[in-house]
Ligand binder design. Structure first.
Ligand SMILES: Nc1nc2c(ncn2[C@@H]2O[C@H](COP(=O)(O)OP(=O)(O)OP(=O)(O)O)[C@@H](O)[C@H]2O)c(=O)[nH]1
Length: 311
């Protein structure tokens, strides 16, 4: 990460910001959503769970002291199928290489079943420090828990083991503190005031960017970026989304707009459809094209895309 993206920490202050990714892995029903809700807390909950479970990488962002912990979804990381998923995996993990921590969540009541075995087999391929989190301890006797912890640690060497009840919150603060300490020193990826809808906004921008790329990649290689300027949930349940497409030259603006607005209409309609699919709500999408010659040199643009500013 680059200092130019610093947010949340006073430059040169005594306390240093930390940030990183945690991949939360677990069989269905292990309690991932329950745990993320506990870890994230009401303050920074992610707007749409549906989006998160279908395609987005970011499931939640927790703050622990000066550390920002970005929880990422795992199916996409194991086997990203769609191009966009791959692009998001690359953009989210590209700089970091891998997650800073990988937390395997196991339902202690169920113990080790085929699904857990399958995850254990693939886990070594994922980089990052691995920790074991035994969940639902409210339903299991301590001897069985210890036995399970010993068995799992025998199969894979975990850096640490936690025993929690995501439902009741037991052990969750300790887990969050440990994860916070595992984050690397660096600026926060999401500014605090934008945390709640940042992933959704960047997902929508990513979709539009993909549509532009699909149509214009010969003419506009890497020379445009998209920002979601407004995301407003309307009383009727629909969303009004305004996005600006930034291009570097006047000539590029003409290309994006196309003859009689044909190109931008096609981009908008394809993007709208896909954003609707992702959010499962009616979307009114408004696209604007602006020339900003220096966008490629502006760290703010990169931050908005959730990307590192290249040095
Ligand atoms: N008793 C008990 N139940 C829990 C605990 N944590 C989660 N559950 C329950 O386990 C079920 C599954 O929890 P979820 O959080 O939806 O699990 P998930 O891993 O996100 O599931 P998928 O999204 O389907 O992969 C729910 O009924 C939760 O209430 C816990 O600590 N104790």
């Amino acid at each position: 990460m680059n200092e130019a993206l610093g947010a949340g920490g006073g430059a040169g202050g005594a306390q240093e910001t930390r940030c990183g990714f945690v991949a939360l892995i677990g069989a269905p029903n292990a309690g991932k959503s329950t745990l993320i809700n506990q870890l994230v807390g009401a303050k920074v909950s992610i707007v749409s769970r549906k989006v998160q479970t279908t395609r987005s990488l970011v499931r939640g962002i927790a703050i622990e002291g000066m550390a920002q912990i970005v929880f990422v979804d795992t199916p996409g990381i194991f086997a990203p199928k769609r191009r966009l998923d791959r692009a998001m995996v690359t953009s989210a993990w590209g700089g970091a290489g891998d997650a800073d921590a990988v937390a395997l969540l196991v339902d202690a009541r169920k113990g080790v079943d085929d699904e857990v075995e399958a995850i254990l087999a693939r886990l070594p391929q994922v980089g990052g420090a691995k920790i074991l989190v035994l969940n639902k301890i409210d339903t299991v006797e301590p001897p069985k828990l210890l036995e399970l912890a010993a068995r799992l640690n025998g199969e894979l060497s975990f850096a640490d083991t936690f025993m929690i009840s995501a439902l009741r919150g037991h052990g969750v603060p300790k887990l969050r503190a440990a994860l916070g300490a595992m984050m690397r020193p660096g600026p926060w990826l999401y500014p605090e005031d934008q945390i709640s809808d940042a992933p959704l906004r960047s997902l929508a921008a990513e979709i539009t960017r993909e549509k532009i790329f699909e149509r214009l990649h010969d003419e506009l290689p890497y020379q445009s970026t998209v920002e979601t300027e407004l995301w407003k949930d309307m009383p009727d349940g629909s969303a009004r989304i305004e996005q600006t497409i930034y291009v570097m030259r006047e000539g590029h603006k003409k290309i994006v707009i196309g003859e009689g607005g044909r190109t931008i209409k096609a981009i908008g309609s394809a993007a709208r459809k896909e954003i609707m699919e992702a959010t499962e709500q009616t979307v009114h999408l408004f696209l604007f094209v602006k020339v900003r010659e220096n966008w490629a040199d502006d760290p703010e643009r990169y931050r908005e895309m959730g990307l590192d500013f290249p040095k």
